[in-house]
Ligand binder design. Structure first.
Ligand code: SER
Length: 595
């Protein structure tokens, strides 16, 4: 087995797939664009959903990348040997190109060939789908594995719970998968399998054979094209390759842990309590740095992504205080994170100043509120009946004193109390005017089941943008902002006066004419300069990098945009403007729907 650094593994992955006809695409933003139903990118396939559903991808049918991901569903597990809220996923995709045979052979070669990971076949185990009423038993994958050299006894048939992958259990592209495990050779019992949580099997790679679209009524419709979606966890894999027992001891965490040791004067490994605290600090600061340094960067706040960031940061600060760390610990540790990732993610260095500023600001804000909040907390606890902190009280601590929910839960636990978190979510939902299910789903980082709707609204936004320029005869009617939810689009543009009824009717008509024409939406990659020269409109900045995507809707629209878009305008339905109003001086706002 090869001992590889994280950077060597990233390079080897991309080299392997690029040599096999895959286009290497960059990591998408951690903050999904135009997908309001999910807070963070949770897997490499997530930004690719429209392409898995059939929209042609500009990179072709074979893609590979290294994707930054955030999953906060298991935040309570962070502190053990392997859980992290941020991770990198090495991924490759076949969009209607190769399927099981070729993919399993790719996987086997990458895992076992001495030119790549060089893992001994005897250390591997795989699982395949056992079959049920929705899809057959995957004998085909089992046979291919066997022909590669995986012995029968190391091939396990497991049910949907284990061997099926779909985005966050909701609707959308999904299918049976085959998973690859490191077998530590110490099964806990005769029937021990990768489904067992004794720790004998560690999953490192998952090949999903994405051939169904799970519909809202729970049925599975075959997809137009059979796709492959795979993901290998970078942290776990280097942990194995580097012969470590915890991801926190691998080369991506070492310098971060060293910075925590320095700031706290405690040696990592001294005792269980400080090991856990140091891992939580390392994980949460690493995730926060990536959130702050993302091209779609966010800042701490009380809603949505900003709230998740606030929770992570405040929790890290609390643990730093428990370890009596030095005053500047937060920024020192953040600097170590940037140091580790500067090569793979240059955006962190680019945004270093912002990252450091925001960290210091949030620490200051937290210090100010925490003292008052703790007083309030003690006051509340004094009145408690039955050892339960009410959702209302937890919400007050959150809303007025900036206490993230789990901080209240942890403080309560220290005093032998529990918190009514269900009730907290009710107050939170009422506050944010969002459904409780929605709020919780977002919290857990689930995936949208509305991505097709928002994709259509995204395409409608392009048509609207051009229609505004055409109808208002004003090339200066430029985009100032855009926001899309599953219900509507919202578009802000520079224009000096209210639009007349007639203008609004003409704009609607222009957009609906483009829809009625049912023309394809095509995409080309080119340099930003060529795009502008070709007459493409649209907001863009260096964050799109050198090359930009230009989406053309016949002669109705040509716009620079990150995508994704509907395949044809005919999919859009009827476009209707529901509101036109002032947004700020010289900026108008239109809200519109597709019916
Ligand atoms: N989407 C699958 C996963 O997250 C494979 O990439 O495991």
């Amino acid at each position: 087995m090869k001992n590889l650094t994280a950077q060597q593994l990233r390079s080897l992955w991309l080299e392997f797939f690029s040599a096999r006809g895959h286009t290497v695409i960059g990591s998408a933003s951690l903050i999904p664009e135009n997908d309001p139903t999910v807070l963070f990118t949770t897997a490499g396939m997530h930004p690719l959903v429209p392409y898995l559903l059939g929209t042609p991808h500009p990179g072709g049918k074979r893609l590979a990348n290294v994707q930054k991901c955030v999953r906060t569903g298991d935040i309570d597990e962070v502190g053990d040997a392997s859980h992290c809220t941020f991770f990198e996923m090495l991924g490759n995709w076949s969009l209607g190109d190769y399927f099981k045979e070729e993919m399993i052979r790719f996987s086997f070669e990458f895992l076992t060939s001495p030119a790549y990971l060089g893992i001994d076949v005897s250390r591997l185990a795989v699982s395949v789908f056992a079959g049920d009423e929705d899809a057959p038993r995957d004998e085909e994958s089992a046979k291919i594995w066997q022909s590669c050299g995986i012995p029968k006894k190391h091939i396990f048939y497991l049910p949907k719970k284990n061997n099926w992958w779909g985005p966050a259990g909701t609707t959308g592209p999904c299918g049976p998968d085959t998973e690859m495990f490191i077998n530590f050779g110490k099964p806990c019992k005769k029937t021990c399998s990768p489904a067992c949580d004794c720790g004998n099997y560690l999953e490192i790679w998952n090949d999903v054979f994405m051939q169904y679209n799970k519909k809202a009524d729970g049925t599975y419709a075959p997809l137009q094209q059979k796709n492959v979606d795979t993901g290998m966890g970078l942290e776990r894999t280097i942990c194995i390759l580097q012969g470590k027992t915890s991801v926190y001891e691998t080369d991506v965490f070492k310098p971060i842990i060293a910075a925590i040791e320095k700031a706290s004067g405690i040696r990592y490994g001294e005792d269980e309590v400080s090991i856990r605290a140091m891992r939580i600090i390392a994980d949460h600061i690493r995730t926060s740095v990536f959130m702050l340094g993302d091209p779609n960067g966010i800042t701490p706040s009380n809603v949505d992504q900003g709230y998740v960031l606030r929770r992570l940061l405040r929790r890290a600060i609390r643990y730093l205080r428990q370890l009596n760390a030095q005053a500047d610990a937060l920024t020192k540790i953040a600097a170590a994170v940037i140091g580790v990732y500067k090569e793979a993610y240059p955006e962190l260095t680019l945004n270093q100043e912002k990252i450091m500023q925001e960290l210091s600001r949030e620490e200051e804000r937290f210090s100010k509120t925490v003292a008052n909040g703790l007083k309030e907390f003690d006051k509340l606890c004094g009145y408690l009946q039955g050892g339960i902190v009410s959702g209302k009280a937890a919400f007050k601590l959150y809303d007025t004193y900036g206490f993230p929910l789990e901080m209240t839960v942890e403080l309560a636990a220290e005093r032998g109390l529990t918190v009514n978190t269900d009730d907290f979510y009710k107050h939170l939902s009422a506050h944010q005017e969002k459904s409780r299910a929605g709020a919780e789903q977002k919290f857990k980082g689930g995936l949208s089941d509305d991505s097709q709707i928002t994709t259509r609204l995204h395409t409608a936004t392009h048509l609207l943008h051009q229609a505004l320029k055409t109808v208002l005869k004003d090339d200066g009617a430029n985009q100032k902002g855009s926001n899309i939810t599953a219900e509507r689009l919202r578009f802000d543009f520079s224009f000096g006066r209210a639009l007349t009824k007639e203008e609004l009717a003409n704009i609607e008509q222009a957009v609906n004419a483009a829809i009625a024409a049912d023309v394809p939406v095509t995409c080309q990659e080119m340099t930003a300069q060529d795009a502008v020269q070709s007459g493409a409109i649209g907001l863009f900045s260096s964050r799109y990098g050198e090359m930009v995507k230009v989406y053309t809707i016949k002669n109705y629209s040509k716009e620079i945009c990150g995508g994704p878009h509907a395949a044809r305008t005919g999919e859009l339905g009827t476009f209707k403007i529901v509101k036109e109003e002032s947004s700020s001086a010289g900026v108008r706002r239109i809200k519109a729907v597709l019916e």
